[in-house]
Design a protein around this ligand. Structure first.
Ligand code: GN1
Ligand code: MG
Length: 375
């Protein structure tokens, strides 16, 4: 852990930081990695760096993962420069350690990397207004467009079958069967909800197999808190958390964004009366996304946007519940029922999405008409 002064000293030796170290701040956003902002004072000028310990139980090919990130970020940087943007604020880059590598393995075998800190920007856990959520959509839509021609075959699958909902369901059933934590009995009601929806899990995967959906380079973890918003304009200027950038479906990215951001409450809200799927937020996101990425999408991609929202919500829910039954070995948790609480919000959201499917479809049609996108 970073609290260990030896680790800090090792990192200070490993990377080149400008100035005198003055502060370390932890960022608690993610469920997987450990992220810190290192702050240095360089004769009155404050330099910040994003230092992150990669979770190598989750990402078992860390070196290949960093190769992916370097490839993608160099590519994005060139594109941002060509379009007159500010590459230091609009894309991430990994600093090289003194030995020339883009990572450092510490004496306790932990895997560290260091990224540029995006100045004058912030991340959020919840969009105060639908407009703000729409701005995140534009950022993710733009990210997808920028990577449209990126050679996907060069990317290593950092987590195989990441959004293969069929294989996620197989993992879930195995968790229930193995019942490693002995908790399976206590969450039978929730388990049933996922078992009863089996018919959905193969829909997108089967369409890929039949050539009905294009595989693209996608982000695969499009939570609202993975967009940095400009402090002044509030526009989404940079997409972060690139560990899962790999071949996938545009629908995974769209659906996952809706799952997280179109909820009226947080992912781990205990009071389910507060948890609702908001059509207003759905509309705002769909509008922002289709305004940037819409023209590049196929008819099938557009048709399945509403379904993907429900599917990604069910997928994440079964991952949370599976982890609860496995004994909390994957996602970080703060209390024993944390993953169960998270699974319950996802069930509630997915149920409301199923009810509101016709409205979602009508909204997509309206937006397509507005932008002249053929459906
Ligand atoms: C994890 O690390 P974070 O919070 O950005 C997870 C996502 C889940 C999400 C649920 C590599 O993302 O797949 O959707 O939690 N990332 C990984 O909040 O498993
Ligand atoms: Mg994240």
């Amino acid at each position: 852990m970073i609290e260990n002064i030896n680790t800090v000293n090792e990192l200070l030796d490993a990377f080149t930081f400008e100035g005198e170290m003055q502060n370390i701040r932890r960022i608690d956003d993610g469920h997987i990695n450990n992220t810190f902002v290192f702050e240095f004072n360089d004769n009155g000028k404050i330099n910040r760096y994003l230092v992150q310990e990669l979770n190598t139980s989750v990402f078992t090919k860390p070196v290949e993962l960093m190769d992916n990130i370097v490839g993608v970020t160099h590519y994005l940087r060139e594109k941002v420069i060509k379009t007159g943007g500010d590459p230091d604020r609009e894309c991430l880059f990994a600093y090289k350690a003194k030995d020339g590598k883009t990572f450092y393995i510490d004496s306790e075998n932990r895997f560290w990397r260091c990224f540029n800190y995006i100045y004058g920007a912030h991340s959020i856990q919840f969009a105060d207004t639908p407009e703000t959520f729409g701005k995140a959509a534009k950022a993710f839509g733009n990210f997808q467009c920028l990577l449209a021609d990126y050679p996907g075959e060069t990317l290593v699958e950092t987590i195989p079958n990441f959004h293969n909902t069929k294989s996620r369901f197989a993992d879930f059933k195995k968790a229930v069967e193995d019942n490693l934590s002995g908790r399976a009995e206590s969450c039978k009601k929730e388990t049933e909800k996922f078992l009863a929806r089996e018919k959905y899990y193969g829909v997108l995967v089967d369409m890929i197999d039949k050539g009905e959906l294009p595989v693209r380079v996608t982000h695969n973890d499009t939570k609202l808190n993975n967009v940095m918003f400009d402090d002044e304009t509030d526009e989404g200027i940079c997409v972060v958390d690139l560990d899962t950038v790999m071949p996938g479906l545009s629908l995974y990215d769209f659906g996952d964004s809706i799952r997280f951001g179109a909820s009226t409450a947080s992912e781990d809200e205990k009071d389910l009366d507060k948890v609702h799927f908001s059509l207003e937020y759905f509309r705002a996101y769909a509008d922002g996304y289709l305004s940037t990425a819409g023209k590049a999408l196929t008819k099938n991609e557009i048709a399945y946007l509403p379904f993907s929202s429900m599917l990604m919500t069910l997928e994440c829910g079964m991952r949370f519940l599976g982890d609860y039954i496995n004994g909390d070995i994957y996602f970080k948790t703060e209390y024993p029922e944390h993953n169960l609480v998270r699974a319950r919000t996802q069930i509630k959201l997915a149920e409301e999405m199923a009810e509101k499917m016709p409205e979602m479809k009508a909204i997509i049609s309206e937006i397509c008409k507005k932008y002249g996108i053929s459906e």
